[in-house]
Design a protein around this ligand. Structure first.
Ligand SMILES: Cc1cc2nc3c(=O)[nH]c(=O)nc-3n(C[C@H](O)[C@H](O)[C@H](O)COP(=O)(O)OP(=O)(O)OC[C@H]3O[C@@H](n4cnc5c(N)ncnc54)[C@H](O)[C@@H]3O)c2cc1C
Length: 363
């Protein structure tokens, strides 16, 4: 007997969940979504991400456990599937103690700790000696992380799921229960998995008022600084930040950014774009040729994405709405990729619990 599962949402959360669930031949998976890989839209966060692995979960939290569980899976994809669009990159993290109360400093609190929990998770972790720190930087570290070309990785996930028998369908649901009648077999759905990100705020049957955006603006350039780096804040505003990462397989370099809570503006702000580029060159001069300013950047595009944040943290739990069994997996803020496998493994466990209790109820 097969388990009919509908996953609502085809961002990194829905696709990673589909990837894991579709590996079990007893699961018959439909992925239903308004946006699919290839689309660029303000309601679809995943294509806009860098994306890299820079853990931010507080020690002892579920968030930390999800990020810790995700590293080995990303490492495996990186090593075994070069076609997935992910590569290892040297990473530098810089902390300014003066950022500790700002929006960006709070976001990066666990990342910039001098002795962080992830030092034993990622390879090659080193604390930078003071002699290698620029004035104003209080501590810094170096490790090997991954950078994901989302334009390749998301379609790769789709391909893996299709290979495992999953079926992809476009639809816009007004209410979560509509997904239950959309299984491609035409048969009754056993479980719906809600991976709708920020839209869980407005989706009928969910209407989660704890959801809000943290706006991220980026510039994608052809220049390559040769490493990934980030600082806890800038002097340009308490929600502005510096980071740079070069995507695998010709994906260009992402320069960021900002972390503007409750800001829904989908359009790039040209003044902010100027600040992003100017400070990137000041902090990372190897982005351009010696003596060049922002005119030395070869711009591919400007972009804006909304990180789906949730007060109280990511929601991964079982629910029932009008008799439909639901497992929620949304509210991944700025860490949807770096927590993707940990979160989806948690969902798989909850789906098994739902299916077992259905079987028990039938006996
Ligand atoms: C600028 C920026 C940089 C980032 N950098 C990183 C990074 O380096 N590392 C990292 O780990 N994370 C990063 N993130 C965060 C990451 O992008 C998000 O956490 C992640 O993409 C959220 O994925 P999701 O699948 O939950 O949601 P989404 O990608 O938003 O997908 C939601 C899906 O649900 C569908 N949907 C919604 N409502 C409905 C409906 N009613 N009916 C049908 N379908 C519906 C949508 O069409 C879509 O398919 C970044 C984000 C931004 C914006």
């Amino acid at each position: 007997m097969s388990n009919n599962i509908v996953i609502l949402g085809a961002g990194v959360s829905g696709l990673t969940t589909a990837y894991l669930l579709s590996q079990d031949p007893s699961n018959n998976v439909t992925v239903l979504a308004k946006h699919m890989p290839g689309d660029y839209d303000i309601e679809y966060a995943s294509p806009w991400a860098g994306a890299n692995y820079m853990p931010v979960g507080e020690p002892g939290s579920k968030h930390q456990a999800w990020e810790k569980a995700t590293w080995p899976a990303l490492k495996e994809v990186c090593e075994k599937y070069p076609e997935a669009g992910m590569h290892f990159q040297d990473t530098l993290i810089f902390n300014r103690k003066k950022d500790q109360d700002s929006a960006t400093g709070q976001w990066f609190k666990a990342l910039v700790q001098p002795n962080p929990w992830y030092k034993d998770v990622v390879p090659d972790f080193e604390t930078l000696p003071e002699s290698q720190l620029e004035p104003g930087i209080d501590n810094g570290q170096k490790f090997t992380s991954v950078c994901i070309n989302t334009a390749i990785y998301l379609p790769w996930l789709v391909g893996q799921c299709v290979k495992n028998g999953a079926v992809f369908k476009r639809a816009v649901c007004k209410h979560i229960t509509e997904a239950a009648s959309a299984h491609h077999s035409g048969k009754k759905t056993d479980v719906v998995i809600n991976c709708t990100g920020l839209s869980s705020k407005t989706l009928g049957g969910v209407l989660d008022n704890k959801m809000y955006p943290a706006r991220g603006q980026i510039v994608v350039v052809r220049n390559d600084p040769g490493l990934m780096s980030s600082t806890s804040g800038t002097d340009d505003g308490e929600d502005e930040i510096f980071y740079t990462m070069t995507r695998a397989a010709g994906g260009g370099t992402i320069i960021g950014g900002c972390y503007q809570k409750h800001n829904w503006d989908p359009l790039p702000d040209p003044n902010l774009a100027n600040r992003i580029m100017t400070r990137a060159i000041a902090i990372c001069p190897q982005l351009v040729k010696e003596g060049e300013g922002i005119e030395g950047l070869s711009i591919i595009r400007h972009g804006v994405g909304l990180r789906p944040l949730r007060e109280g943290g990511t929601r991964i739990e079982k629910d029932q709405v009008d008799g439909v069994n639901i497992v929620h997996n949304y509210g991944h803020g700025g860490f949807g990729y770096q927590a993707s496998f940990g979160c989806s493994e948690h969902v798989v466990t909850l789906v098994k619990e739902v299916l077992q209790s259905k079987t028990r109820a039938k006996l």
